[in-house]
Design a protein around this ligand. Sequence first.
Ligand SMILES: CC(C)(COP(=O)(O)OP(=O)(O)OC[C@H]1O[C@@H](n2cnc3c(N)ncnc32)[C@H](O)[C@@H]1OP(=O)(O)O)[C@@H](O)C(=O)NCCC(=O)NCCS
Length: 246
Amino acid sequence: MPGFGAFTLLVRELRRDIAATRDRDPAARGVGQGEILATWPGIHALLAYRVAHALHGAGVRVLPRTISMLTRTLTGIEIHPAARIGEGLFIDHGTGVVIGETADIGDDVTLYQGVTLGGTGFATGKRHPTVQDNVTIGSGAKLLGPITIGHGAKIGANSVVITDVPPNSTVVGNPGHPVRVDGRRVEGPDADWIHLPDPIAEAIQALSARIVTLERQLAEASDGPPRPLAEVRPLRTVRGPNPAGG
Ligand SMILES: CC(C)(COP(=O)(O)OP(=O)(O)OC[C@H]1O[C@@H](n2cnc3c(N)ncnc32)[C@H](O)[C@@H]1OP(=O)(O)O)[C@@H](O)C(=O)NCCC(=O)NCCS
């Protein structure tokens, strides 16, 4: 069974996790450590995981999985006891977070609700992502397979990432693609992964244009006074400010 050394490590990790919550959760500013410990589900899940992980490492059977299962029931966060997690992880809100058995998470990582660090199928061995230090993963993002998310990367909400992510990049979309690397927009003929073509909108636009042409031809062919053409509203903004505020 884990001894005093494991206990002091647990206390240190818990302190770092609480400090990470205070640093990165705007809702935790000015909230005391005791209140965070008592009421933040991400902290409960991490504390339970760290106990379960220590027991798992010591060869204890059944109990680690039982702790994991009970924690999932209480917090909605499922962390496999064998997953490896560094210090200073912050899980915001938490519900729906799944961290698989062979996932490897570095230090000072932030996960929002609904993040999956999962496998792609029934493969065995290393089959979950490796997330390096200082990575932020937005709500609902799915990171699948034994991929590496480079340090300092940001993964946009609801992205589906199935390939390695370069360090200090921003990845969005499904499948996820880098749209910023080292703060600079990714350039190139196929680099616009944000404003992907929408075939249905394009078909409707083509039909609208055809109706306008027909209306003009009809007006020219008729003898009566010219009638105003129907307004065709644009279907979507192709470029422009981020409505979410960035
Ligand atoms: C990706 C994210 C981290 C921003 O990273 P960033 O490096 O600051 O990137 P920017 O805001 O400059 O966005 C880069 C581009 O990606 C687009 N983008 C940002 N997030 C996106 C997303 N989730 N899906 C699709 N496109 C996205 C932006 O509109 C911008 O497009 P542009 O090149 O046309 O300007 C942020 O948008 C995000 O998704 N955060 C997750 C937050 C979250 O989950 N909150 C839950 C709180 S409860």
